[in-house]
Design a protein around this ligand. Sequence first.
Ligand code: URA
Length: 203
Amino acid sequence: METCQSLEELRERIGDCQRCPLARTRTNLVFGVGSPHARLMFIGEAPGRNEDLQGEPFVGAAGKLLDELLASIGLDRREVYIANVLKCRPPGNRDPLAEEMEQCTPFLEEQVRLIDPEVIATLGNFATRHMLKTQAGITRLRGRLFRVDGRKVVPIYHPAAALYDRTKQDVLFEDFRRLKAVLDAAADEQKPSQPSVEQPTLF
Ligand code: URA
């Protein structure tokens, strides 16, 4: 897609999107929320029921856990940016389809370009596979640090997967501590001018 000057322009460009059949079942398109200059960006899967109704990402039970995780490292959702792979809710919260991702992810790419975060945390399988161009699952990838196009990418469990799983919740809180360390370290580093994909390294 053609590049935009701002998130507002991108939102206007998306408009009352009818590019895929999710337009017929959605209530609101969920663009994203947070600081346009965030150093840390979170990418989830797709809006759920509450997000569809309110037009904001992560406002349901998983969102409450995300807010707690952010608070545990001294951050507030207004200081980061939160978006999803899909901007519209799949009916019944089913998995995103390949065609839907193909239509929708150019908008996510443009959000990433405009916000230009130093660190991206991918929440769960869909966001992680999209950003890392892999088929590997989140359980194998979490706990590792990747670099894509000069940005650090940190795959972590989706908060919804940890809602009723205490062990996963503990892992998430631990991964957020590591995320904070990655963010602090990124502040001291210079971004390479050329895009690069490096081998994953352990935290
Ligand atoms: N799950 C997601 O992946 N995104 C949301 O916005 C809400 C729940």
